[in-house]
Design a protein around this ligand. Structure first.
Ligand code: DGT
Ligand code: CA
Ligand code: CA
Ligand code: ZN
Length: 577
């Protein structure tokens, strides 16, 4: 067992992110991006950062240069970073809490801190409610209202975490528990098993011959900061990252019923219990019992519970009481796209714009995942913050892609592409003469989020009328836990997409998942087809595809609705020429 004091990848990443934030607040150029890229790489690293440090291989992590490698070594060895402490001292206290709010940049944060002595979000809220913000130079009443709105969004953010960041942590705990000799069965349950986009707490279920031993191991796992409840049937802990994990140890004969119950959702369970009551049965976490005879009808395995109620087994991703029970009763459950059904990634970035790796490196990593193709979609010129490509640079990139494809031994293809920006007038920020030579054109909104619904809808539909545009990237622009989607008439967009043969992206980046599950399902009802994409910024990010598949499954999608489940030849026919 490893020692408790070991820093986790997420803790290291958190320190690097804070350094990036503080440098940005100070107005330092380039360094914030370097720290953020390193943080992202550490966060998504497969290996344990402490091991990598011990082996002296830190600067082999993509995106981590010599300087930052030294900083990481210090964090791993001492648990903290002197550089961060000195940055914190230079800036007015609390500024970095304020800049986390959408719409508050460094200048505003420093003004709020210096002029009004605001140190915390709570204090900011109190002063905004008291009307004290509006009189500061450069603020005004509208800004005051926007600040209150941002605080409301960030409040819900505090309580939930992104699936993409929690699932690896949960799987790690699951693996450690299942390696114990006394443990017979282990499964994730709750929202994380349903692959909901955000997670309140992690639920895990196990059966064991020695529950006390399991609970002892669980409550002393690396990363556990506090034990909230300690019993032989339920133990709850809080990890250093603030995530709560509940472990329940149940009897083998109840495992299926407990798994069903603790997977939820609550709404799904309530609907299921109604079916039981109609048969004069009782359904709870111990099983399904016939009240007349007292006989147990089911409980050992989960499928048995559904079977007894006259239902086909329902995939956890569907258990939201959105029609899945009726579908299971009538044999109409969808044939969901599988996690292994994706043949390629249709939107990734490279070093040519804001990514961390070369085209070859992204290609090799994609091939290692078993993909047949990958589309290189770097940003175009107007997206300066992402070092977008001019038409000339893009033409150069296309030639480079062709060169690599020619040199390859076949079986894997790099597709040329772009993630161009949709201008305020709905035009892509690359000329048609450039777009026509690309295999894949993703067009996304990256600015001007404040348009009216009508204007935004027209803007995006105008972009779809450009015959070279294949895919609308992250179609609602939301950032989970931080930015609301922009206003847009999705039904109109979906109708246009179906008519024009434009694909809607399901962007799998953990903070996006855009289209969402619900929107994807609605798009499918409008006969839209989809592109699933990781939007990877480095090779490790390619693994985010899993969360896009989860979103598609929660949106009831089958493989046939998703173009990148098709082999390359078919894919090419499904893209607009
Ligand atoms: P979360 O943690 O907010 O992301 O969402 P869940 O779904 O994981 O909710 P959680 O952790 O409170 O409870 C786990 C499961 O236990 C939940 O999905 C269904 C079941 N459950 C919890 N409370 C109730 C309840 O009051 N009634 C019923 N029928 N089921 C419940
Ligand atoms: Ca939960
Ligand atoms: Ca729970
Ligand atoms: Zn984008």
């Amino acid at each position: 067992m490893e020692s408790l004091s070991r820093v986790t990848n997420m803790e290291v990443a958190a320190i690097l992110y804070e350094v990036a934030d503080l440098l940005e607040i100070k107005g330092v150029r380039f360094k914030p991006q370097a720290y953020r890229r390193a943080a992202q790489a550490v966060e998504t690293l497969q290996e344990d950062i402490a091991d990598v440090a011990r082996e002296g291989n830190l600067d082999e992590i993509p995106g981590v240069g010599r300087g930052i490698a030294g900083k990481i070594r210090e964090i791993v060895e001492t648990g903290s970073l002197a550089y961060l402490a000195s940055l914190r001292e230079e800036l007015p206290e609390g500024v970095q809490h304020l800049t986390r709010l959408e719409g508050i940049g460094p200048k505003k944060a420093i003004a709020l801190s210096r002029e009004l002595g605001i140190r915390t979000v709570d204090d900011l809220e109190a002063k905004a409610l008291a009307g004290r913000i509006r009189d500061l130079p450069g603020f005004g009443e509208k800004t005051e209202q926007n600040i209150l709105a941002s605080i409301r969004v960030s409040r819900t953010a505090k309580e939930r975490r992104l699936l993409g960041y929690i699932l690896p942590v949960a799987r790690d705990i699951e693996r450690r528990l299942s390696s114990l000799a006394s443990v017979r069965q282990v499964s994730l349950a709750g929202s994380i098993r349903r692959r909901k986009e955000t997670i309140g707490d992690v639920d895990i279920l196990a059966t064991s011959t020695h529950p006390e031993e399991v609970m002892e191991v669980f409550s002393t796992l690396p990363g556990v900061e506090r034990v909230l409840v300690r019993g032989t049937t339920k133990t709850s802990v809080v990890l250093a990252t603030g995530i709560q994990v509940d472990l329940r140890v149940v009897e083998d004969e109840h495992f299926g019923a407990a798994l069903q119950y603790f997977t939820g959702s609550k709404e799904h369970n309530i609907a299921l219990r109604k079916l039981a009551i109609a048969r004069n049965w009782r359904l709870n976490e111990y099983g399904l019992v016939d009240l007349a005879s007292g006989r147990a009808v089911a409980g050992k395995d989960e499928a048995g519970v559904y079977r007894a109620l006259g239902l086909a087994w329902i995939e956890p991703e569907l258990r939201e009481d959105r029609g899945e029970i009726e579908a299971a009763r009538t044999g109409n459950l969808p044939d969901l796209v599988g996690y292994g059904s994706i043949r390629g990634d249709l939107h990734v970035h490279t070093r040519w714009s804001e990514g961390a790796h070369s085209i070859e490196e992204m290609g090799q990593a994609a091939q290692a995942l078993g993909y047949e193709y990958i589309a290189i979609c770097d940003h175009a010129e107007t997206l300066h913050i992402a070092r977008g490509l001019t038409p000339e640079r893009l033409a150069e990139q296309v030639r480079e892609i062709e060169r690599i494809n020619r040199a390859a031994d076949g079986g894997f293809t790099l597709l040329s592409g772009t993630e161009c920006n949709i201008g305020m007038d709905g035009r892509p920020d690359l000329p048609d003469s450039t777009l026509k030579d690309l295999d894949v054109v993703v067009a996304s909104v990256h600015s001007g989020f404040k348009l009216s619904e009508g204007e935004m809808t027209e803007r995006v539909i105008t972009a779809m009328h450009n015959e070279h545009v294949d895919i609308i990237g992250h179609p609602t622009g939301r950032i989970l836990l931080s930015r609301e989607p922009y206003r847009i008439d999705l039904a109109a967009v979906f109708d246009a997409a179906a008519a024009l043969g434009v694909l809607m992206e399901i962007n799998a980046f953990p903070g996006r998942l855009d289209l969402s599950d619900v929107n994807a399902r609605s798009a499918r009802e409008h006969n839209v087809r989809f592109s699933l994409a990781s939007d990877a910024h480095n090779r490790e990010n390619l693994r985010y595809m899993e969360f896009g598949v989860a979103t598609a499954r929660r949106g009831w999608l089958s493989a046939d609705a998703i173009v990148n489940t098709r082999p390359l030849s078919e894919l090419k026919r499904l893209l607009r020429s």
